[in-house]
Design a protein around this ligand. Structure first.
Ligand code: BG6
Ligand code: MG
Length: 224
């Protein structure tokens, strides 16, 4: 029986995945590394420092930077990203998300956030939806980032719900893997081919398809 829905944030609740893309592209280009959307898919769901390391490897320059220099680069990207975030408003919440959150509340389903982003709480505030969330798992409180299951398990633990009673919602390959390793039901939204390849239990083209009754039926059909 579904008792909780645990959300990823960037690219699921709002289009911050696009803002991450812009800020990383500018950072990569500033150090002469090519950056395109196909490569960007590999960064979705991955922590800030892991993303930077992947970018430097992609550019073949991973060994040319000290840890201190890497921290400077990551901070530079985050400053640009934070500058983009200040424009976020409730109107930027993806279509269907508010209706879905309201339906979950009405059915007494717990709501959690399992985002790798340290900017997660600020983004929920900009969007004015913090109060919907019963818990937010802190990415700093887990050792292993996505695709490891840790952050989804942390959110479930904080909610006091068993993983098998949770639905996880993600837009990234690493995130779908994390949900499945956590033994939760994985819903993938966004790039349909990526979500299919990642092996999501249910693939939705966009967030308007996040309809509580239908999701509950799909969950029950898999479990029974
Ligand atoms: C994830 C994003 O949600 O958070 C990644 O998909 C991002 O692209 C990661 O790198 C960390 O975010 P932040 O805001 O802490 O740099
Ligand atoms: Mg995401």
């Amino acid at each position: 029986m579904v008792k909780a829905v645990i959300f990823d944030l960037d690219g699921v609740i709002t289009d911050t995945a696009e803002l991450h893309y812009q800020a990383w592209k500018n950072l990569a280009n500033s150090i002469a590394i090519d950056f395109n959307r196909e490569f960007n898919e590999e960064l979705k769901g991955i922590s800030r420092m892991d993303s930077l390391n992947k970018i430097l490897q992609h550019g073949g320059v991973a060994d040319q930077y000290t840890e201190e220099e890497k921290l400077e680069l990551a901070t530079k990207k985050n400053e640009e990203y934070k500058g983009l975030l200040i424009h976020l408003k409730p109107e930027n919440i993806y279509p269907g998300i508010k209706e879905f959150l309201n339906a979950l509340k009405q059915s007494n389903i717990k709501i959690g956030l399992a985002s790798a982003s340290k900017n997660g709480p600020a983004i929920l505030d900009y969007l004015q939806i913090t109060d919907y969330f019963d818990t937010i798992a802190d990415p700093d409180s887990v050792i292993n980032g996505k695709p490891a299951p840790d952050i989804f398990l942390k959110a479930a633990e904080q909610l006091g719900v068993s993983p098998q009673d949770c639905i996880g919602v993600e837009d990234s390959e690493a995130g779908i893997e994390a949900i499945q390793s956590a033994n939760m039901y994985a819903v993938g939204v966004g790039t349909v081919e990526v979500m299919r390849k990642a092996g999501a239990d249910l693939v939705l083209a966009d967030t308007t398809e996040l309809v509580w009754d239908q999701l509950q039926e799909a969950f029950t059909a898999k479990v029974n």
